[in-house]
Design a protein around this ligand. Structure first.
Ligand code: HAM
Length: 402
């Protein structure tokens, strides 16, 4: 028997219904905010992710599904959605148009991580990317949009925000951080020591408890932001305050992807165990340029569908459509014809074998149908069908023509 690969899952029944509910709810909200659908390839040139997510990130250095295709191209299954959308924005020459663009997308992402609860190798994101808007109002708007999606799904969350500065304030801060880290390097873990060289900001994100206690004294970028970044961050917090959206400023929130500047945020849930990030995002004003486009500010987010699957409150499932069955074999084909006609407008479940009344009524419940439609001996003789409305319990016999 061939099973799915480790860290990959089939979604069916209750799970696939939850999945569809998450995606359709998110689409409804994103459309209200003016986003339109974009679909980009799952397979892209590896260089795209190296240049955007960053060579030193865990995603690129350890977790990519990367291979050479039959034409000798170095390709990669996308580990996230932003890079592909930015690539599409640049290849479609949208960077040369003055109009602002907003895209939403959803689909599978691939990261070769160690699987555990809430951490898969194939998982699904719903994401939004907004291009051309430098104002911090857009950061605020994006955060409220994620909040609205979670609210519509009945999911509680905590919001963490930080500022990652800009090319003016980040480099001097990085220098301060490196000299602080070098002084305590003997007591930091091996991963942190490697990161001091490759990506010192990521040291702040280390999960090791000893490292975290040492890092409590580290310099904080939030205290060293340039005037423009500081003004925007203060604006963002005051807008969130005014909107009554609770948040925590988490100076260690650095995100696992290298393209961010200024606003970075994460939505976390304390109901799902250690993999608690249910959405993440932020501003990435330099990425379009890095990928050879014209400088274009941008901001976005992605929600992890599998992480919120168990948290989603599903709307009550109402009885829907018809169940049709025959109680004599001669009526089966009439039932099939009737069902096909009704399917032009309604959901119909059909039983192909002739059965007794009780057995059919069990089928009606199993199909969760609103109406039971049966043809027995009398109905067959009179060209009628028996119909019962399962909600009002009303029964009647009506004439029909096929
Ligand atoms: P990310 O934080 O890497 O950001 O992923 C976003 C969300 O995807 C996470 O918060 C989590 O819910 C889910 N996720 C990530 N990895 C896994 C996994 N292995 N298994 C299950 N769920 C997972 C991004 O991907 C950015 N592209 C978000 C973004 C869009 N930033 C700007 N625009």
């Amino acid at each position: 028997m061939i099973n799915p690969l480790r860290g990959m899952k089939d979604l069916m029944f209750e799970d696939s219904q939850r999945f569809v509910h998450i995606i359709t709810t998110a689409i409804t909200v994103a459309k209200r905010y003016g986003y339109s659908y974009i679909e980009t390839p799952i397979l892209e040139e590896t260089a795209l992710f190296r240049r955007s997510v960053g060579d030193s990130s865990d995603i690129v250095s350890k977790e990519m599904y990367q291979f050479e295709d039959k034409g000798g191209n170095d390709v990669c299954m996308r580990p996230e959605g932003t890079a592909g959308v930015v690539r599409a924005f640049v290849s479609g020459k949208l960077d040369r148009q003055p109009a602002k663009q907003k895209f939403y997308y959803y689909g599978p992402m691939f990261r070769y991580e160690r699987p555990q609860k809430g951490r898969l190798r194939e998982f699904h994101q719903f994401g939004c990317e907004s291009f051309g808007e430098a104002s911090v109002y857009e950061d605020f708007t994006i955060i409220t949009m994620v909040g609205q999606i979670f609210k519509a799904l009945g999911i509680g969350f905590e919001l963490k925000i930080n500022s990652l500065g800009c090319p003016e304030c980040m480099p001097p801060y990085k220098q301060n951080l490196v000299s602080f880290l070098t002084d305590i390097s003997e007591d930091l873990c091996a991963d942190c020591n490697r990161r001091i060289e490759t990506n010192p900001i990521r040291v702040l994100d280390c999960k090791n408890e000893q490292c975290q206690s040492l890092l409590a004294q580290s310099p904080k970028l939030i205290d060293e932001l340039c005037e423009a970044c500081d003004t925007d961050f203060k604006k963002l917090t005051s807008l969130l305050d005014d909107a009554g959206i609770a948040y925590e400023v988490d100076t260690n929130l650095v995100r696992g992807l290298d393209y961010y500047n200024k606003t970075a945020f994460e939505f976390v849930s304390n109901e799902i165990g250690s993999q608690s990030a249910i959405a993440g995002g932020g501003r990435y004003d330099k990425l379009v340029e890095y990928l050879d486009g014209k400088p274009t500010p941008a901001v976005g987010f992605a929600i992890g569908a599998e992480r919120i699957m168990e948290l989603v409150q599903m709307p009550g499932r109402e009885r829907e459509g018809y169940y049709m069955g025959a109680m004599v074999p001669e009526a089966i084909e009439k039932i099939i014809m009737l069902a096909n006609r009704k399917r032009t407008s309604d959901k119909v479940t059909v039983e192909y074998s002739s059965k007794g009344f009780k057995s059919h009524m069990k089928g009606v419940d199993k199909a969760h149908a609103r109406y039971a439609v049966l043809i027995g001996e009398d109905e067959l003789a009179n060209n009628t069908v028996w119909i019962k409305d399962m909600e009002s319990k009303e029964e009647k016999t009506v004439a029909y023509t096929v």
